[in-house]
Ligand binder design. Structure first.
Ligand SMILES: Nc1ncnc2c1ncn2[C@@H]1O[C@H](COP(=O)(O)OP(=O)(O)O)[C@@H](O)[C@H]1O
Ligand SMILES: [Mg+2]
Length: 251
């Protein structure tokens, strides 16, 4: 049975008086790599917080792996890397290996020794994000992009079925961003992890993702990447209220 990883029906979310999400309907199929795009303040993080059960929408339904969110218990199946991971205290004295291992502690218990099998999992996660030669490096001595990869390795070490990334490449230079997206593509294709990548940088992801969803309070578009690419620039501008050029180059 190939049920959707996520099913959102008629979701509405309001902070105090400001309506941030209106009538969102979105389905994410297993194995897909969804780029969730929209300008700053368009409700992307709010939508993720609803999906993670951190915010309760006033209206609508969310199902995770076929189950109503309020009954869902398998949170270990969902990995999350927040926007804030890259402002992590880099003076913290921990190696890549140690940070990634901490992704297992909920399962391990804090003071239990790691089994050989767990060590192997940690090494595989580090290799999957392309940091093998930095395994013993202190994370304070890594670039922003490498630190972000470390947090992704920590999120995937517990073998989630779904990985959600909220603007992981803010402050990372263009070339590194491309490598970073290639790495995500591999996680999606080779490990079969369903991915949701939130970004306001719409221009650079279309050849990496399988699907795109554009939100700006409403869901303006949802389709596969070919359908997205065939959208005209003026249609895009209409969604965002300003030109695509501004959208893809502003921070
Ligand atoms: N805790 C909050 N209380 C009130 N308004 C908020 C809160 N968090 C976000 N907002 C507002 O909701 C809107 C959407 O925010 P957000 O989901 O963070 O957008 P994005 O992630 O797309 O940049 C913005 O206008 C923002 O100012
Ligand atoms: Mg955000």
């Amino acid at each position: 049975m190939n049920q959707p990883v996520i099913e959102i029906n008629n979701l509405n979310f309001t902070y105090e008086r400001t309506k941030v999400l209106e009538n969102i309907n979105l389905t994410v199929e297993p194995g897909s790599f969804l780029g969730l795009v929209g300008p700053n303040g368009s409700g992307k993080t709010t939508l993720l917080k609803c999906l993670l059960g951190l915010l309760k929408p006033q209206q609508g339904e969310i199902k995770l792996f076929g189950q109503q969110i309020h009954k869902f218990k398998n949170w270990h199946e969902i990995g999350f890397v927040s926007q804030k991971a890259n402002s992590f205290n880099t003076g913290f004295p921990a190696s890549v290996f140690e940070v990634v291992s901490s992704g297992l502690t909920s399962k391990l218990g804090l003071f239990k020794l790691m089994s050989k099998n767990d060590r192997q999992k940690v090494l595989e996660a580090i290799e999957a994000v392309g940091l093998k030669e930095f395994t013993r490096r202190n994370i304070g001595e890594l670039s922003g992009g490498q630190q972000q990869r470390t947090f992704i390795a920590r999120a995937i070490v517990s073998e989630p079925k779904l990985l959600i990334l909220d603007e992981p490449t803010v402050g990372v230079d263009a070339k590194t961003v491309q490598n970073f997206y290639e790495m995500l593509m591999k996680l999606n294709r080779q490990l079969g992890i369903t991915l949701i990548l939130v970004t306001h940088d719409v221009g650079t992801i279309t050849d990496k993702v399988t699907h795109v969803a554009c939100i700006n309070k409403h869901l303006h578009f949802h389709g596969n990447s070919q359908e997205f690419e065939s959208l005209k620039e003026d249609e895009m501008s209409e969604f965002y209220g300003h030109s695509l050029h501004v959208l893809t180059h502003s921070h």
